[in-house]
Design a protein around this ligand. Sequence first.
Ligand code: PLP
Length: 384
Amino acid sequence: MNVNRAYLDCNATAPLRPQARAAVLSALDDVGNASSVHAEGRRARALVEAARVKVAALAGASARHVVFTSGATEAINCVVSGRAWKTLMVSAVEHPAVAASVARSSADHIVIPVDGSGRIDVATFATLVDCVLGTEHVLPADALIVVQHANNETGVVQPIDEIANVARDRGIRLMVDAVQSAGRVEIDQRRWGAEYLVLSSHKIGGPQGAGALVATDDAKIDALLVGGGQERGRRAGTENIAAIAGFGAAAGAARSDLADISRMADLRARLEAGLINVAPDAIVIGKDAPRLANTSLIALPRAPAETAVIALDLAGVAASAGAACSSGKTTRSPVLAAMGIHNDIAKCAVRFSLGWATTEDDVSRCIDAWQQVNRIRSGVRDVA
Ligand code: PLP
């Protein structure tokens, strides 16, 4: 990491953990196809299976249910648009990977609304589900509920235990997007009874290009990739051993970090207090809801997010314009729109997301840089 910069964009991608780096390099230095029976193949197989155990432990799942993929996007595509669901019930604040998969599917699409803090109201949700099952003559087995555990823009955490209870009581399958919550709050696929759960390696300090679909034995999967029958026939293709080994190492480390999550919460509290101190009218979005300890989405009125992000970058701080998780694009955030946040505020939302490598110095640097953003804002107002 560059010590002259503060990297506060871990929800986009987290720095590679040393354990993951070591595992990747060691795997790259070896040879072997995990399907081969010779010693080299068995070594490769052992790496994959060791990683599977660690990823399963992070997800609160059985190792046999972990299917390695190229990332969470692939896992989401496989579940949402890779099967002929009759009805998809999808929260209004899902990641674009979900939204685009839903758009591609021919299933009926029902939006699960969120309140002003970005959370699903469980009673409203239960009524909606009953309505769909009752009046639309949808069989529970043909419907899928898709809910993220925590939001990538706001960090707001959904009441997932209660949501899972509603799904289980009615026999509807549930997919939980745990990409952002992994390693930041406890995830427990078994307790939730979620048939599907998705994870991403690079959000937890593993390498990019690996992810997992956790799918129970009776979760139906129409494999996107067919061929050699790898991953119990659920995802064919020679395994990306180095990336999987790194993912496993990151999963082990991320799980250990959970015990020390208060460190992250303290850093975030210092950051938010410092930013508000510089600009008391700044608005922390989702502040009163349960949030991931690492995420802060903050809007400085009259400071467009793109301008703020550039000013921060020039001052040595990497952050992102609220919605721009994937590409730096600055279209209106559907997440903030679903929360009913006025566009004048939404377009000023800057996301800071901390990670395992974030230090006190990073936070101080960010607070200093924010003064620059605040000054630019004064200029914007004066011109107007
Ligand atoms: N789901 C959420 C909540 C995300 O934040 C992301 C990453 O941007 C994804 C899914 C997609 O993950 P991946 O980059 O592994 O495809």
